[in-house]
Design a protein around this ligand. Structure first.
Ligand code: 13P
Ligand code: SF4
Length: 326
């Protein structure tokens, strides 16, 4: 039964950045010692975002990983993201603070099942959302992120029959935006599907002046009532450009820290579920500040991708990076 009787999570404007703690100072010293760069996804905890050289969405992080010159990339995100960094920049040591930081969406499409599907449907053009394993990327024609999916699909020849993997919700949204019919793999993000119309309507009634911005991994009914649907990076742009002073953010709660840092004079309200005022991704939150310190101390856990898989996976990723700039 839905609960819906929690207090909303509201982050009000903050003028001053919090002071660094001793462990954060230790991380910055280790980073210099190891000649490492720290890349962090928008869903990481605030303490990790504060020590990162770059905080962003999957697309921005892919470009940053490819351009990184440091000896090591400490990737504070989930496994497929660190794997992507290794694929695009194999000469660097890529570290992930916790090897168990996976992704339900990525798990919903094992490479063997996609290979079997392709064997039965050899002409299909596979568009893979970046939230998938290196093995799935190696079987795909082009990769996309939530930030560029519409642009990528619009560039696929009109006569090709598209299979979109693994997120049916993002795929459905892209299909609506592009008018392109696509077969959709039946995967989803366990965290984003927990946002409901009922919970979003309730928070909206409490903050009627606040527009709702939602991630495309949300179900269609939630996307349909949102004022804007976009990737985490585009949420920052939306927050800067909207005249509204308060914004309801329907995605993982780490996003609120990035927004508060980038748009410090506005108020951000977490998108709630039926049972909680905010929504965390349990995989993203496996990375702790202690694990970040330990990864730099021990230079582990290391992410490796077997060379044949890496070179096959690089082709559709590079295609995405090139098409995305057009
Ligand atoms: P973004 O690329 O929009 O940051 O999304 C990544 C992700 O994992 C969303 O759940
Ligand atoms: Fe995967 Fe969802 Fe977590 Fe993003 S929020 S990493 S899609 S499980």
């Amino acid at each position: 039964m839905p609960v819906l009787n929690y207090e909303p999570l509201v982050l009000s404007p903050r003028r001053e950045a919090p002071k660094l703690t001793p462990i954060q100072e230790e991380i910055l010293a280790l980073k210099r010692e190891r000649n490492a760069v720290i890349l962090a996804h928008n869903y990481q905890i605030e303490a990790i975002q504060q020590v990162a050289d770059y905080v962003g969405d999957s697309l921005g992080l892919s470009y940053q990983a490819q351009a990184a010159q440091a000896d090591a990339i400490l990737f504070c995100g989930v496994h497929f993201m660190a794997e992507t960094a290794k694929i695009v920049n194999p000469g660097r040591t890529v570290l992930l603070p916790d090897l168990e930081a996976g992704c339900s969406l990525s798990d919903s499409c094992p490479a063997e099942r996609l290979a079997a599907y392709k064997a039965a449907n050899p002409d299909v053009y596979v568009v893979a959302y970046i939230n998938c394993s290196a093995g799935v990327k190696a079987l795909s024609d082009v990769i996309c992120t939530s930030g560029n999916a519409v642009k990528i699909v619009n560039q696929i020849p009109a006569d090709r029959d598209i299979l979109f993997v693994p997120d049916q919700n993002l795929g459905q949204w892209v299909s609506q935006k592009t008018g392109r019919k696509m077969r959709l793999w039946p995967g989803s993000c366990y965290a984003h599907v927990m946002f409901t119309v009922q919970a979003i309507e309730k928070i909206r009634s409490q903050f009627p002046d606040a527009p709702v911005v939602a991630h495309p991994e949300c179900v269609q009914a939630v996307r349909d009532i949102a004022d804007e649907v976009c990737s985490t990076e585009l949420m920052v742009k939306f927050a800067k450009e909207t005249p509204a002073e308060r914004i309801i953010v329907v995605t993982e709660s780490g996003m609120l820290h990035r927004l508060r840092r980038e748009v410090p004079h506005k108020t951000f309200i977490a998108g709630p579920t039926d049972t909680c005022a905010c929504n965390d991704c349990r995989f993203m939150k496996m990375n702790t500040i202690e694990k970040v310190r330990d990864a730099l101390k021990t230079m582990s856990p290391v992410i490796d991708v077997p060379e044949p898989v890496r070179s096959a996976a690089l082709i559709p990723i590079q295609r995405m990076l090139d098409w995305s700039k057009r």
